[in-house]
Design a protein around this ligand. Structure first.
Ligand SMILES: C[S@@+](CC[C@H](N)C(=O)[O-])C[C@H]1O[C@@H](n2cnc3c(N)ncnc32)[C@H](O)[C@@H]1O
Length: 299
């Protein structure tokens, strides 16, 4: 398979390291533990590391351990991710709650000291709000998770324009002062803020596969577009079915990903193939969320 061949050229032969600088759009997807995969990656090349790790909830793809053991294993992975991260790069760790006997532990709170100890700087704690999930009976139903955006330094790649959203009042003008009569907002749209509403990938979502907790591709697209440039490298160390890889490839970035479940990696390869042939269905960025109170759901 071509990706395997490229992977060998890229990762195992140091003489070929210059390949890394070139716009290779063939993704490197592998069925492998992330620590062993990262051992073969050079320092400081990934412009964006974006992932959602297991939450230690005992899902099909993880063995539940103590919270301390979980945090120790996260620390090892995060430390390697920081090593492979570009000096102007961003690391986005998307997490929810660890739940033990009905008590919740927000994972971003307990992971925070680990990222700080690595010298990273927190730029945003993005709240991702979604509509569907379990209905809790003894507490409020959880309907958000967070994306913790860390950078390696103060000089980081950041492009706001590609992710601007329509202004509420696009034609609004200054009514006094030196700019009277001029548009008061940015004509390209407004900053999308740190609260994002995207449908989570449940059964009627066009991107749904067998994976129990996929990223919506549009969520990763926002991160890719704002935190990287074309041809930059994007890596997901807990790739699942490759949603981050798809978002990266859709915008001409170079994608790397690994997962330990062969079936997920096979689906990731298949999704890449479908992307190439134009068969892959993704929910477009900017599509309004279905609202049953509006005609045709607001679409
Ligand atoms: C929350 S899911 C990520 C799903 C992914 N964002 C997507 O869109 O499909 C976490 C993934 O981590 C994988 N995983 C668990 N331990 C791993 C390890 N040591 N190395 C690589 N992947 C691992 C699991 O198989 C699972 O697919």
């Amino acid at each position: 398979m071509q990706t395997q061949r490229l992977e060998g050229a890229l990762l195992e032969n140091p003489e070929q390291a210059s390949l890394f600088q070139q716009p290779i759009r063939e993704p490197v997807l592998t069925c492998e533990d992330n620590l062993s995969f990262m051992e073969r990656l050079p320092d400081g090349q990934m412009k964006l590391v974006v992932t959602s790790p297991p939450y230690n909830l005992g899902k099909a793809y993880e063995a539940k351990t103590s919270l301390d053991a979980y945090l120790e294993s996260q620390e090892r992975v995060i430390s390697e991710c920081v090593r492979v991260l570009h000096p102007q790069g961003s690391l986005c760790w998307q997490v929810g709650n660890y739940v033990d006997n009905g008590e919740i532990v927000p994972l971003d709170a307990v992971l925070y000291p680990i990222f700080r100890a690595q010298g990273l700087k927190l730029r945003n704690r993005i709240v991702w709000q979604f509509g569907h999930g379990l209905h809790s009976t003894r507490r409020l139903s959880g309907r958000y998770e967070t994306i913790n955006w860390w950078t390696k330094g103060d000089d980081y790649t950041w492009n706001l324009d590609p992710i601007r959203v329509p202004s509420k009042y696009p034609g609004k003008r200054h009514f006094k002062g030196p700019n009277i009569g001029k548009l008061s907002g940015n004509p390209k749209g407004k900053n999308p803020s740190d609260v994002w509403s995207f449908p989570n990938v449940k059964s009627n979502h066009p991107e749904k596969t067998i994976h129990p907790c996929q990223f919506p591709v549009e969520l990763v697209e926002r991160l890719v577009l704002s935190m990287t440039e074309p041809n930059d490298a994007v890596f997901d160390p807990y790739m699942g079915v490759g949603s981050a890889v798809i978002a990266a490839l859709m915008h001409d970035r170079v994608a790397y990903g690994c997962d330990i479940v062969p079936e997920y990696v096979d689906i990731a390869h298949e999704r890449v193939r479908q992307l190439r042939t134009g068969e892959l269905r993704t929910r477009p960025m900017g599509k309004p969320i279905y609202d049953p109170s509006l005609p045709n759901g607001g679409h």
